[in-house]
Design a protein around this ligand. Structure first.
Ligand SMILES: Nc1ncnc2c1ncn2[C@@H]1O[C@H](COP(=O)(O)OP(=O)(O)OP(=O)(O)O)[C@@H](O)[C@H]1O
Ligand SMILES: O=P(O)(O)OC[C@@]1(O)O[C@H](CO)[C@@H](O)[C@@H]1O
Length: 322
C-alpha cells in the first residue's frame, strides 16, 4: 500500500533502534548448543515497528532514528527496502542488535543490548530532526528505551515540542523518563503494558479495577487516553467517555516481539470512536504474535471480527480471567 505523499503523517521517534535478529528453535536448551531452524532479520525498536505497521497499512508515517555503524546502516537499508520512510540522524556509536529466541511452545526469549550512548550534540540533532517533522505531523510517537546520554527529561522535551506545534504526543516507554513525562502531562496517549503501568503506579495490578484506577490517575495528571496491553488477555482502554476491554481467544505465539507496537499502530491508524480503535488495536496485536521475529501485520493478516469489545468491564475481574 502507498500513502499520499503530502498527507499529515505519524512521526515516530525511536531513540534506541535495533537490528532485530530472531532465531527459531524447537526448544531452547540453556547452557547447550542450540541449532536454529530459521532466522529472521528486521529493522527494530518500538517506534520503528509502529511506523512499519502503519506503512504496511498505507498510513503515512516517517521514522526518526539515530543511526550508527554497520547495523545502523542495515536498519536504514531494510526500512528503505520495505518502503518505510525514515529520517536517520547520523551518530558516532554503533546501533545495537537485539536477539529474539522463539520456541515451538510459543515462548519468546528476548535479549536486548543497551545501545551506544548518544553525545549531547547528537541528542540535540535528534530533537531538531523531530521538531522539523512536526509541521507535517498528525501525531508524534516516542517509543522504546532511551540509551545513555538521554536524561530523564528527554521525553518531557518531546512533549513540549509537540505542544509548541499543536501535535498530539504519544508515548510507549517505561522507567523514570516515562514517569517524568506523565507527571509533566500534556500527552494524547500512553501505551504501557500491565507491568509498565504497575511500575508507574508503584503498585501491583491484579484486577481490572486496579488497572482502571491506575489509568485514571495517569489521565488526571494530563494524559487524554491510556491504552494498557495485557498480553494474551487483550487490552484495556481508558479515555474520554469511559473504559473498554477488548480481546479474543488466546493464541500460541510465533513471536510476541512487536505485538505491543502493532497494537499501538492499530489504535493510531485512523480516527474512530474509542471502542472501534481498541478493536483495531487488539486485532493488529493479535496478528503480530502470529508472525515470526519482529514482523508486523499487513491488512490481510488482521481479524477484527475475532475481537470482542466490552464497555465498562467488571472491575472485580482478575486480569488473568479476561
Ligand atoms: N498469547 C497471546 N494471545 C493472544 N493475543 C496476544 C498474545 N500475546 C499478545 N497478544 C496481543 O498483543 C497485544 C500486545 O501484547 P503485550 O501486552 O505483550 O505487548 P507489549 O508488552 O507492549 O509487547 P512488545 O513490547 O514486545 O511490543 C495484546 O494486547 C494482545 O492483543
Ligand atoms: O530495549 P527497548 O527499546 O525497550 O525495546 C527494543 C525492542 O525489544 O522493542 C521492539 C519490540 O517492541 C523490538 O523491535 C526491539 O528489539
Amino acid at each position: 500500500m502507498t500513502a499520499a505523499p503530502d498527507a499529515p503523517r505519524v512521526v515516530t521517534l525511536t531513540p534506541n533502534p535495533s537490528l532485530d535478529r530472531a532465531l527459531h528453535l524447537e526448544r531452547l536448551g540453556v547452557g547447550e548448543v542450540n541449532r536454529a531452524a530459521a532466522t529472521h532479520l528486521h529493522p527494530g525498536g518500538k517506534g520503528i515497528n509502529v511506523s512499519r505497521a502503519l506503512a504496511a497499512h498505507g498510513v503515512p508515517t516517517r521514522a526518526v532514528l539515530p543511526s550508527g555503524g554497520p547495523d545502523g546502516a542495515q536498519v536504514v537499508a531494510l526500512l528503505a527496502a520495505q518502503g518505510v520512510d525514515a529520517r536517520p540522524v547520523p551518530v558516532a556509536g554503533d546501533t545495537r542488535s537485539n536477539i529474539t529466541l522463539t520456541e515451538s511452545s510459543g515462548a519468546t526469549t528476548k535479549i536486548n543490548a543497551p545501545g551506544a550512548a548518544l553525545a549531547p550534540d547528537e541528542v540535540a540533532a535528534l530533537l531538531a530532526a523531530v521538531e522539523s517533522e512536526l509541521p507535517a505531523a498528525s501525531a508524534v510517537v516516542a517509543a522504546g528505551s532511551l540509551p545513555a546520554g538521554l536524561g530523564d527529561d528527554f521525553l518531557t522535551a518531546v512533549a513540549d515540542l509537540g505542544a509548541r506545534h499543536g501535535v498530539p504526543v504519544v508515548l510507549d516507554t517505561s522507567g523514570a523518563p516515562f514517569a517524568a513525562a506523565v507527571r509533566h502531562g500534556g500527552l494524547a496517549l500512553v501505551k504501557p503494558n500491565d507491568e509498565e503501568l504497575a511500575e508507574l503506579a508503584g503498585t501491583e495490578l491484579g484486577t481490572v479495577g486496579d488497572v482502571l484506577a491506575a489509568a485514571r490517575t495517569v489521565r488526571a495528571l494530563g494524559t487524554d487516553a491510556v491504552l494498557v496491553s495485557l498480553g494474551a488477555h487483550g487490552a484495556l482502554l481508558v479515555a474520554e467517555g469511559g473504559s473498554w476491554w477488548a480481546g479474543g481467544p488466546p493464541l500460541v505465539p510465533v513471536s510476541t516481539v512487536g505485538a505491543g507496537d502493532s497494537t499501538l499502530a492499530g489504535y493510531l491508524a485512523a480516527a474512530g470512536d474509542p471502542p472501534d480503535r481498541l478493536r483495531r488495536a487488539v486485532a493488529w496485536g493479535r496478528a503480530a504474535v502470529l508472525l515470526p521475529g519482529s514482523a508486523v501485520p499487513r491488512p490481510s493478516d488482521t481479524r477484527p471480527d475475532e475481537v470482542a469489545v466490552v464497555a465498562d468491564p467488571d472491575p472485580a475481574l482478575a486480569l488473568k480471567e479476561l
